[in-house]
Write a protein that binds this ligand. Sequence first.
Ligand code: T3D
Length: 260
Amino acid sequence: MGFETVDVYVEDGVGIIRLQRPVVLNAFNQQMGRELYQALKIVEKDTSVRAVLIMGSGRAFCAGQDLTDASAATAESLADAVRERYLPIITKMRHIRKPIVAAVHGAAAGAGASLALAADLRVASESAVFTLAFSKIGLVPDSGASYFLPRLIGVARAMELVLTARPVKSAEALQIGLVNRVVPDDQFETESLTWAKELAKGATKALGWSKELIYQGSEEDLLYILEKEAQFQDEAGHTSDFREGIQAFLEKRASSFTGQ
Ligand code: T3D
């Protein structure tokens, strides 16, 4: 695809988005923010894409805001930068009805950590390090970090990581629920892609609705969610993947889902 700071391509049903500013550990400048958002729109619309994998290039996932860009910013422009650059990306990730995996190797710092937190699932390489780096430069968590972090790891842990900006290695990240899986460095790319490809073979519509239910389930009241579950179950019950799932069960074989 014709982007400079982000690669986007499809492999076996997986829309792979790779951040491409390795010299600065894939730190976000304006262009990368814009191009990442466009890449997300592409994988959302492409019906051949049934799962999304976001990863970095070079030796890191993403070092957050490009601090050479931010140095001249005023408080007012920081507000604009956060609203205009990060808000569309984070909300788009939340609303894409396909599973999104963040594959984190090396550093995930500041808004780079937030980007990983906004994904539905996280796989980390053994040497990955997460840093809620905001307070180190006198800023507050943004790009959804203050929303995602306490929901994933609890308020006390989130508070510590934000107030101290202590780097968290992948073993601890797994133990506290910051990531779902940790894989050896030399298998990182293969394992991440394999997981995304497995997700891409799922009953895509049901997975998309499930994603929405799980997120709303952590925010809305029970009655609202019971009704929403009923509505989505009705829609899921009309998909060919549901018919295939039942047929496969009856025939004692693995399902072959098409995403329809
Ligand atoms: O303006 C707004 O929109 C406000 C929003 C802010 C949201 C945020 O994300 S705030 C947090 C910003 N990020 C950081 O504070 C992290 C800064 N980076 C680091 O602390 C370290 O680089 C790491 C811990 C991530 C990795 O350390 P290390 O030792 O592995 O690598 P390094 O040598 O520090 O970095 C390699 C190069 O990348 C280096 O350039 P050089 O010396 O080789 O020319 C370094 O300057 C550059 N780099 C790393 N992070 C950034 C960066 N350049 C620009 N911006 C960065 N964030």
